[in-house]
Design a protein around this ligand. Sequence first.
Ligand SMILES: [Zn+2]
Length: 113
Amino acid sequence: MERRAKEMNTKAKGHTVTALNQSNYQVVSGSSGKVYRVWVGESATGKTVCKCNCRWGYYSGKHGNPVVCSHVLAVQQLLAGKKKVSAWSSQEQAKRQHRKMLDLSQGVTVTIR
Ligand SMILES: [Zn+2]
């Protein structure tokens, strides 16, 4: 998971995000040029929930889990504007940053500062 969080941070920087509307985003992969769709919404408990139609997003989302992939991370970065969005492999690591946190699950926590 440690490696995955780092990879996501690097990959997300290479993606190009276009907002289609408030909750739908188009993400063009910086490495493959493939186009993905990311949906951002809120759960009944007010938590941020994201979905992505990439392979990783499809399989993890299938089990009802919130999805965190580099595409979702890239969208979060767009939404955060000039603030910096980073993925961490553990909540403990993320908490040490003392920033606003988005727990998007699967062992990956996203901080916004
Ligand atoms: Zn994805």
